[in-house]
Write a protein that binds this ligand. Sequence first.
Ligand SMILES: [Zn+2]
Length: 112
Amino acid sequence: MASPPKPPTELPKYIAEGTPKQNDATLHALRDWIDELLAYRQGVAAEEITVEGNESIETVEESSDGTVVIKKVSCGKENCKCQRGQLHGPYKYIVRRKGEKLNWDYRGPVDK
Ligand SMILES: [Zn+2]
């Protein structure tokens, strides 16, 4: 007899145990809902991207992984050149939704 597929190891126990108990219709609905949740998290519109007053957005590009933002930043140090308008960067970030907030995932410097 075939054995049921193993759940992903990172899955919380209550989901790993509860999911196989659902009927087919619920599982299909669950899959659709998960797809919608992923699309919602990744779908951060360019208009939603805001930065601190002393930062500068170079580009905003929506992608399937999330919204790619290239920006220049200030380090906040008092005597740094960035305090006189010479910002650091540009740096790349992937912005995704995390609950109600936006999560900025730093991806390193970008060549000009
Ligand atoms: Zn600085």
